[in-house]
Design a protein around this ligand. Structure first.
Ligand code: HEM
Length: 88
C-alpha cells in the first residue's frame, strides 16, 4: 500500500466478475474477494450475485452486521467511484 489511493470505476469493477477474478464494491470501497469466495459461509453462489458490482444492498439485506472491513482489509483494492467519464 502507500501512495495515492486507487480509484475504481464501474466499468473496471465489472471486468472482475468471475470466481477466479472477483471484485465487489461495498460502501464505497472495492475489494478483491477472489480468495474469500471459498470461505464465504453463505456459499460461492450467493457471493457471485454481487460479482463485479456494488454488493452493498444485497450484503445489507442479508447480514449488515458482518464486519467485512476487518475480514477483507487485506483485500482492499481502492475507492469505488462508480460511473465516471475519463474526460475532465
Ligand atoms: C453468510 C460474510 C457477501 C449472502 C455470511 C456470513 C459471513 C459472511 C461472515 C456468516 C454470517 C453468520 O453466520 O451470521 C460475507 C462477506 C461478504 C459477503 C465478507 C462480502 C465479501 C455476501 C453477499 C451476499 C451474501 C453479496 C448475497 C448476495 C450470504 C448468505 C449467507 C451469508 C445468504 C448465509 C446466511 C445464513 O445462513 O443465515 N456471509 N458475505 N453474502 N452470506 Fe455473506
Amino acid at each position: 500500500v502507500g501512495g495515492r489511493r486507487r480509484e475504481v470505476t464501474k466499468d473496471e469493477l465489472a471486468r472482475h466478475s468471475r470466481p477466479g477474478d472477483l471484485w465487489m464494491a461495498l460502501r464505497g470501497q472495492v475489494y478483491n474477494v477472489t480468495r474469500y469466495v471459498e470461505y464465504h459461509p453463505g456459499g460461492a453462489d450467493e457471493l457471485m450475485r454481487a460479482a463485479g458490482a456494488d454488493g452493498t444492498e444485497l450484503f445489507d439485506s442479508v447480514h449488515r452486521w458482518v464486519n467485512y472491513e476487518g475480514m477483507l482489509s487485506k483485500c482492499l483494492v481502492g475507492k469505488y467511484v462508480g460511473e465516471q467519464s475519463l474526460a475532465k
